[in-house]
Ligand binder design. Sequence first.
Ligand code: TXA
Ligand code: MG
Length: 338
Amino acid sequence: MMETLLLNDSESSLAKAAQLIKNGGLVGIPTETVYGLGADASNEEAVRSIFAAKGRPADNPLIVHLACFADAEKYTAVIPKLAYRLAERFCPGPLTIILPKNERIPYVTSGGLDTVGIRIPAHPVMRRIIELSGCPIAAPSANTSGYPSPTAAEHVMTDMNGRIAAVVDGGQSEFGVESTVIAIENENTVRILRPGCVTAEQLREVCENVIIDKAILNELGKNETAASPGMKYKHYSPNADVVLIDAELDRFTEYVRENNGDKVYSLIFDGDAEGFPFRYLTYGADDYEQAHNVFQRLRELDELGAEKVFVRAPSKDGVGLAVYNRLIRAAGFEVIRI
Ligand code: TXA
Ligand code: MG
């Protein structure tokens, strides 16, 4: 166990965080999506300690964060023209583009793959730490593997205290769900491997064909391989048993009535709350709010001692698809459609 420093976002604190990373340390860093657990992506020892701190399977690759997309040329073998067009429109921001890696990215970082996910974060704290460290920063979400992602410094402390050098407090994450991960199939086709706040609709403004990978909403069969290794693991789950219920409010309420019990909670939309007769929390009125709140609420439900949580399923449009994707995994694909 080590002492985990809690740093603020002053210039001297960010210099300290950057120094820790340069020296091979792990630092919890705010981004506009969720908090990341950052280390020097080119330092194999440091990257191994990310996997150890999270309890993450070694074949699940890490995203590499850079200050600008032009820097991707240093770490990749080829960059298709489409990638530049996408970067122009969406970077910096919540988008990760999978590209063929070069030898400067070790296989520990890429989970043994010949590709690397490149992301240019928008959060000024993360950007400053990249600049000051001069390192490409490998950063998965800073949660214990399998648990909901952290959207505040205190969540990182809860999961990582004693295991990492420091956490930088940069306030609540703006978007609240992780970046959209895409693979480029050809000059006019991308495949979304993980939905996020850059939506399919927005990607279509730059790229003719946008494929939504089937693993986003469906459990992989035993013999299927995941385009993105993260897709095959149980994910985002609180201790409580989550059940996703895809239904209008009246049917949802009826279902909760029939299945209610001690330590059962509902997670519903803001507009559902008036007169709702059972224990509940709300997670927002629209897809952006739901993305912003979803992980925080799952953590809060654990703190309340919930053993079962019935979640009213969000829409699958726009940012809603990202929220639905996280919840269906939190629920271990247990969805009730009524
Ligand atoms: O918003 C985010 O992306 C956050 C912040 C910290 O930047 N990071 C994040 O990292 O969510 P992580 O490790 O929790 O999720 C990365 C996902 C995993 O599902 C992983 O399998 C996939 O991206 N991924 C990473 N590199 C990949 C690659 N080369 N090929 C396919 N999938 C990849
Ligand atoms: Mg993660």
